[in-house]
Ligand binder design. Structure first.
Ligand code: ATR
Length: 280
């Protein structure tokens, strides 16, 4: 019998733990599918999506830098993906490619698991890409009193602010400005959603930033588990949250969309931590 094929598209994607996570879950539940990583450059995205259709790939996760652009190649979006304007999960249903977004749910569950309650808190979010959209929407829906979007490129940051403004009080600061440092300092929660920090040589996404006791600092990167930013936050006395929880919970929700089955979260989380402790 033909195996069901699932996978992740991104660039880069070699670091992704999604194949390990979903193949572990499939093994636990005795499901006959295989999940693999496809490195797809932005130039090849359209051709890759044609290939997905032709090959009958059953479902995909989507990661940097395709979460927004991939929408152009889909047949429909669910409400959450439409509102966020980005897709991290694709499901092939009756020959149609449908887009979903499980990043927001994954992010909120991860905050909750670490004891952070967003209602009436001030938040700063570094980044304005596809993942940032999901994080921003979910924070505002959860009732933060103020959200500052901080980004290197003002046009992209301001576009995200326009998109988020109907949901609450949102402002913009460019990464290199004193306003960005001040917003971070005044926030109860700081979320880092750019790709900066994945490489050892990466600078901090906001230079000269200081953290303090009483703050929560979350970096949605999980490789490495402790980015330079999180190290700095810890030294300043802040509580830190890495991207492993968000990875797990967004994956759990994607898995439910593809298979209709409950993701074995506890078992997969234990296996993930064991895998990481041996070095990736
Ligand atoms: P995704 O859609 O998956 O979130 P993305 O669209 O590539 O990925 O978004 C990446 C985010 O990381 C953006 O906020 C981007 O900032 P710009 O809008 O200025 O490009 C940010 N980012 C990526 N590389 C960066 C770098 N070297 N310095 C600062 N920000 C960077």
């Amino acid at each position: 019998m033909q195996k069901v094929v699932l996978g992740i598209i991104g660039h880069p994607v070699a670091h992704s733990l999604s194949p390990f996570m979903h193949n572990t879950a499939a093994g636990e539940l005795g499901l006959d599918f295989v999940y693999t990583a496809f490195d797809v450059t932005p130039e090849e995205l359209g051709r890759a999506m044609d290939g997905i259709r032709a090959l009958g790939i059953a479902g995909l996760n989507v990661t940097v830098p395709h979460k927004e652009n991939v929408i152009n190649f889909l047949d429909g979006l669910d409400e959450e993906a439409e509102l966020i304007g980005a897709v991290n999960t694709i499901y092939m249903r009756k020959g149609k490619l449908l887009g979903f977004n499980t990043d927001g749910i994954g992010f909120m569950r991860s905050l909750k698991a670490d004891g952070f309650r967003p209602r009436d808190k001030r938040a700063a979010m570094i980044g304005a890409g596809g993942s940032s959209r999901a994080v921003g929407v979910s924070l505002l829906r959860a009732g933060v009193s103020q959200l500052t979007v901080i980004n290197r490129t003002p046009s992209r940051g301001k576009e995200l602010v326009r998109r988020l403004t109907p949901l609450g009080s949102v402002s913009f600061a460019v990464s290199s400005s004193p306003d960005a440092r001040a917003a971070i300092n005044e926030s109860d929660l700081v979320v880092q959603t750019t790709t900066l920090g994945m490489r050892k040589s990466d600078p901090l996404p906001v230079r000269g930033v200081e953290f303090r006791n009483g703050q929560y600092v979350c970096d949605i990167i999980y490789a490495p588990l402790e980015t330079r930013l999180l190290k700095k936050a810890k030294i300043g006395g802040a509580r830190t949250i890495n991207g492993l929880g968000m990875l797990l919970y967004q994956g759990s929700e994607s898995f439910r969309i593809w298979t209709g089955r409950r993701f074995p979260e506890e078992k997969v989380f234990r296996r993930l931590k064991k895998f990481l402790s041996k070095g990736m």
